[in-house]
Structure formats: structure tokens, C-alpha cells
Design a binder for this molecule. Structure first.
Ligand SMILES: [Zn+2]
Length: 102
């Protein structure tokens, strides 16, 4: 990471090495939205192929089952890494990114 890429911790808003650690965490999180139509089509193909999943994938072209939402990048200090739930960290990072972009 370059200096310009460093941001405050998504959990506490302080420096990512605030506890004197020589490390922190960078996580890339991407929400996946299920494409139920694609899953149903693949299931139907598997049934047509007598339950042979590998053969069904070849016949169906191994379709995508999900659409990806834009990724969220989190920088997290060690104390927040061990104490805060992931959902809270993602929400804080998303809000910080929205503030930066506006
Ligand atoms: Zn923190």
C-alpha cells in the first residue's frame, strides 16, 4: 500500500496501527446477489442430465449464479478486528466512502 491509500480504521476511526502493532487488516468485501433464475435453470439442467452436475455445467456453460455489487475496501486495526462484528465494519467503511465521494 502507498501512503495515499492509507485511511483510518473502519471500526474506530483512528490510525490502523494505533495500538503499536506493526500490522493491520485490509479486507475487500463484495455483496453477492443470487440470480434465482440462473440457479433454477442449472438445477433443471442437472435433472435433465440425471444428476450429473459436471455434465450439466458443460451443457449449460457454467453460468454465473450471482451478480456482484461494488466492492468495499476495509482497513481495520487489530483491536477492532478482534472486537467488532464484520457488518458494523462494512457499514462504517461504506459510509466513509460515501462521505469521501460527496
Ligand atoms: Zn480500529
Amino acid at each position: 500500500m502507498r501512503h495515499a491509500d492509507l485511511r483510518p480504521c473502519a471500526g474506530c476511526g483512528l490510525g490502523v496501527c494505533r495500538d503499536g502493532s506493526s500490522f493491520f487488516y485490509r479486507a475487500v468485501v463484495t455483496q453477492q446477489i443470487i440470480d434465482s433464475g440462473a440457479v433454477q435453470r442449472a438445477t433443471g439442467m442437472e435433472m435433465m442430465m440425471g444428476g450429473h452436475i459436471a455434465l450439466a455445467r458443460i451443457m449449460d456453460g457454467d453460468p454465473h449464479f450471482t451478480a456482484e455489487m461494488p466492492e468495499t475496501v476495509l482497513l481495520v486495526c487489530f483491536p477492532c478486528y478482534v472486537s467488532k462484528p464484520l457488518a458494523e465494519l462494512i457499514e462504517a467503511a461504506t459510509e466513509a466512502a460515501e462521505r469521501e465521494s460527496s
